[in-house]
Design a protein around this ligand. Structure first.
Ligand SMILES: NC(=O)c1ccc[n+]([C@@H]2O[C@H](COP(=O)([O-])OP(=O)(O)OC[C@H]3O[C@@H](n4cnc5c(N)ncnc54)[C@H](O)[C@@H]3O)[C@@H](O)[C@H]2O)c1
Length: 478
């Protein structure tokens, strides 16, 4: 791409667009717009409500720092629109950041990635392209997707002279810290057909964009297939660490070891490192489970059953952790939670996001309701409507509250589902006063001061911690 790093006076800005204005497309393009004022960035989506929200004061997603960047760039060099065709036609570089969920039906259902949205975006690109385009895969896709996309693009473009260069540029941001991750990424990975000149040039063009704020040594070049596979592998490795420490948490409870002490001992080994070693009720989010299942499915398709089974077990351990948590709640509360009000603090899959996709709160909540509980849910960023959608079929047993105080009033127990900082600042002495007795705390994120809670009088269950003597007799009852 020409002159991406040279300031252009408007309206001659070099133009990029992004198809898909979601958790990835919105923040990544806002960051490019902020760091590259000489580039015009248009983010397009088929969803009118989503685009309307991006153009309003109430952005469709919550991410610390996102509002400020969007408000500073919107209308200058950052635009949100539903006019997909126009944005494609005027852009030299097109990022594709559409959703790639797990297939619900057909071949590979429950495992393979559903590429319907990707293919549809590719067909639109092919239909409206009259000049050469660099297509950047931002979505997480199965390895070798670029090959299929190239065929769709070539066969559907009426102008045979139009050249499409496909790059893989997987996104490694984490929700909740997206803006800081994007501003200072550990690395940016760009895969292309680097064995040929056209592929090399396309990779260089994208490198030029990132070079506006990312140090050269952090921009990694790879072949297309390595880049595509690296994203699936990275998520699988991250999730595997969580499942590993969660597996340890079960053993800690059985042996009176303390998972935090074990994690500290592990994490101070420089070969292991301290990150991602917090025991929890389980990982969630739109990516980990989907991407591991997809990775395992790809392994299966290549006849690598043992490799597939290894990765499936990471998801299996996550499911075990969630059901183990539900069993702990039920057994601790004398094997009956029927008609008992259980406060659920936090519903998002992690703090600092309103995203509930695959949040462990869904499975834990359903498990508790199946045993007859009345759930009182409070989350600082998740709407009642979102909870109602996620808990479809169970809403008769759920009340959502605007404050934690109301959710906790007369509750028999409180479960911590998300590690929101505000939960640590509550007056737990006062909370104890308004709850039924015995008052139980089930800390699914190990964020509270458990000794303090016990001094107040709470019966505390914390993942991977020595079991409270009050609960010992309940062990294994279920
Ligand atoms: N969410 C994350 O933290 C994260 C991180 C890294 C990578 N990813 C990957 O990035 C991709 C996008 O994830 P997301 O969380 O942003 O998804 P999302 O569901 O929030 O956003 C996707 C958007 O694409 C739009 N869309 C679908 N088909 C379209 C089409 N043909 N034309 C125009 N718009 C279309 C949808 O309306 C939706 O708004 C996925 O492949 C995901 O695995 C996500």
């Amino acid at each position: 791409m020409s002159n991406l790093t040279n300031p252009y006076p408007s309206p001659l800005l070099p133009t990029v667009c992004c198809i898909g204005a979601g958790y990835v497309g919105g923040p990544t393009m806002a960051m490019i717009a902020q760091k590259c004022p000489h580039i015009k960035v248009t983010v397009v989506d088929i969803s009118q409500p989503r685009i309307d929200a991006w153009n309003s004061d109430e952005l469709p997603i919550y991410e610390p720092g996102l509002d400020e960047v969007v408000k500073a760039c919107r209308g200058k060099n950052l635009f949100f629109s539903t006019d997909v065709a126009v944005a494609i036609a005027e852009s030299e570089m097109i990022f594709v950041s559409v959703n790639t969920p797990t297939k619900k039906t057909g071949l590979g259902k429950g495992k393979a990635a559903d590429l319907t949205y990707w293919e549809s975006a590719a067909r639109t690109i092919a239909a409206v392209s009259k000049s050469n385009k660099i297509i950047v895969e931002k979505s997480t896709v199965p390895v070798r997707t670029a090959e299929a996309i190239e065929k769709v693009l070539k066969r559907n473009c009426s102008d045979a002279t139009v050249q499409f260069d496909i790059l893989s540029n997987p996104e490694f941001l984490a929700e909740g810290t997206a803006m800081t991750d994007l501003a200072a990424p550990d690395r940016v990975l760009i895969g292309g057909k680097i064995e040929g000149q056209a592929g090399k040039d396309a990779v260089d063009s994208l490198c030029e964009v990132y070079a506006n704020w990312v140090p050269e040594e952090r921009i990694l070049r790879a072949n297309l297939w390595s880049a595509e596979l690296s994203k699936l592998a990275a998520n699988a490795f991250l999730a595997q660490r969580i499942s590993s420490i969660n597996a340890m948490s079960a053993l800690c409870e059985a042996t009176s070891a303390d998972v935090s002490q074990v994690a500290h001992a592990l994490g101070t080994d420089s070969r292991i490192g301290p990150k991602f070693l917090n025991a929890s009720v389980g990982f969630g989010g739109s990516c980990f489970q989907k991407d591991i299942l997809n990775l395992a499915y790809i392994c299966e398709c290549h006849g690598l059953k043992e490799v597939a089974d290894y990765w499936y077990s990471v998801v299996g351990m996550n499911d075990y952790q969630k059901s183990r948590f539900v069993k702990r709640v039920v057994s601790a509360m004398f094997n009956t939670i029927r008609n008992k009000k259980i406060a659920m603090l936090g519903f998002a899959f992690k703090k600092d996001t309103g995203d509930t996709r695959e949040t462990p709160a869904i499975d834990v909540g359903k498990g508790l309701i199946e045993d007859g509980a009345e759930l009182a849910i409070y989350d600082p960023k998740v709407s009642d409507e979102q909870i109602a959608m996620d808990m479809e079929g169970m809403n008769d047993n759920i009340t959502c509250y605007k404050t934690a105080k109301e959710a906790l009033q007369d509750a028999h127990a409180v479960t911590i589902m998300t590690e929101w900082d505000e939960f640590k600042t509550y007056d737990w002495q006062e909370i104890y006063g308004v709850m039924q007795k015995p008052a139980f705390v089930f800390d699914g994120r190990n964020i509270l001061d458990h000794d303090h809670l016990k001094e107040i009088g709470f019966i505390v269950y914390a993942l991977g911690k020595p079991i409270d003597p009050f609960l010992k007799s309940a062990e294994g009852v279920i």
